[in-house]
Design a protein around this ligand. Structure first.
Ligand code: GLA
Length: 387
């Protein structure tokens, strides 16, 4: 695979690449939609992700090409104008990261040719955008000796989403993509950024990812709407409790003061945040005890909460997850990532994976009218320089 891209790099930029880098995609095992409410999340990096090859230029141009968007050709920008441009499409992600670095006075004194290729399905909730941000940030950090850590890069990646792309996302994706370790999930406190690596031993089971292939549509605006609803809940609850984040509350404390929220919808959003945080804490406990059945049950409860209280699933995801629950090989299944389409994950008995995929494929096609795509996930390592 690499040789094809080396060759194409040469053809496009008329020079060989000097270095290459990789950043993975991610799934979140549990702890959904609470990384902007100070909750615990439990994501892991995947073995698929985004590769980037680079060579230095002597001028001030950043020349970008993605093999995934070859129809858009080469996108050329000058370091003096890194502003968002709709027509630059995917290239706004790398541009955004450079623009956020500039805000920290981390400027590039010469241009770059960068070629990207990713094998994460785009827009599927597996963080292809955070992956391109992280691969770019780490590349630039290494080439220009900016002395940033992977966690610094994760924070700058989040800033890119928040202040450049207009998505008010939390820290989970970039953190997992930066810091992931093979066969480990990251138990991350999104308030303090304290974290613990938890080994994931699935025994004779696999994590199967199902992609709804639903068009992204309004996902980003729905995401921002949920975040705003949580902020509204927080400010009401703060009149009754001395808290900084929704997830500072335990479920019983929340139940004592929840009447301060009169709006049923806002109440449901807050209940999801508080209950999901408790489930995530419990889930890491049971996974340390290797209780996969217990973990699976918590995944199911997480999905129900995201479906009913957070309303972040939709018929496509619910069809896949409910079909997974019916399958005898499934220990647990839920949406992963932002939802509103995107992917679900399930822990499935290895010997039943094939049958599971066949069965879900058929149920989904019959009900939704187009196909879902399936991947068996392997937990890989975070962002790194290849050569
Ligand atoms: C997206 C965001 C993350 C997180 C998840 C939901 O992936 O980028 O910050 O909020 O949704 O858990």
């Amino acid at each position: 695979m690499m040789n094809i891209h080396h060759k194409k790099f040469n053809e496009i930029f008329n020079t060989p690449h000097e270095h290459s880098f990789f950043a993975p995609g991610r799934i979140n095992l549990i702890g959904e939609h609470i990384d902007y409410s100070g909750g615990y999340v439990f994501p892991c990096a995947l073995t698929f992700g985004t590769y980037a090859w680079v060579s230095r230029r002597s001028d001030q141009k950043i020349v970008l090409y993605s093999d995934n968007f070859s129809e858009l050709g080469v996108i050329e920008v000058d370091l003096s104008d890194l502003s968002y441009k709709k027509e630059h499409d995917w290239a706004n992600y790398p541009k955004g990261t450079l623009s956020m670095l500039e805000k920290r006075d981390l400027t590039l004194d010469h241009g770059l040719n960068i070629y990207y290729y990713g094998n994460i399905p785009n827009g599927a909730g597996l963080s292809s955008s955070a992956s391109i941000e992280m691969v770019t940030l780490w590349m630039v950090n290494q080439l220009f000796d900016f002395n940033l850590s992977l966690i610094d890069c994760a924070l700058i990646g989040q800033e890119t989403e928040n202040h450049y792309m207009g998505v008010n996302s939390g820290i989970m994706d970039q953190f997992a993509i930066g810091m992931g370790q093979e066969n480990h999930a990251i138990y991350l406190n999104t308030d303090t950024l304290d974290y613990k690596m938890v080994p994931i031993d699935l025994g004779a089971h696999k994590i199967v990812i199902s992609n709804t292939n639903k068009r992204r549509g309004l996902a980003d605006s729905k995401y921002n709407e949920r975040r705003a609803e949580c902020e509204e809940a927080l400010s009401l609850l703060q009149t009754k409790a001395d808290i900084t984040n929704l997830c500072d509350l335990e479920l019983n404390q929340f139940n004592e003061i929840k009447d301060v929220i009169k709006d049923e919808v806002i109440l449901k959003r807050a209940r999801h945040a508080v209950s999901e945080n408790e489930r995530t804490k419990l889930a890491t406990k049971v996974s340390s005890d290797n209780d996969l059945e217990g973990f699976g049950k918590l995944m199911n409860e997480s999905h129900i909460s995201l479906r009913d209280d957070y309303e972040a699933t939709g018929i496509e995801l619910d069809t896949l997850v409910e079909a997974a629950w019916q399958h005898p090989g499934t220990l647990g299944a839920r949406v992963t990532g932002a939802g509103f389409g995107g992917c679900s994950i399930a822990i499935v008995k290895e010997e039943q994976v094939e049958d599971y995929i066949e069965s879900l494929h058929k149920i989904y096609l019959d009900k939704i009218g187009y196909e879902a795509t399936f991947y068996v996930a392997s937990i890989g390592k975070g962002t790194f320089q290849i050569d």
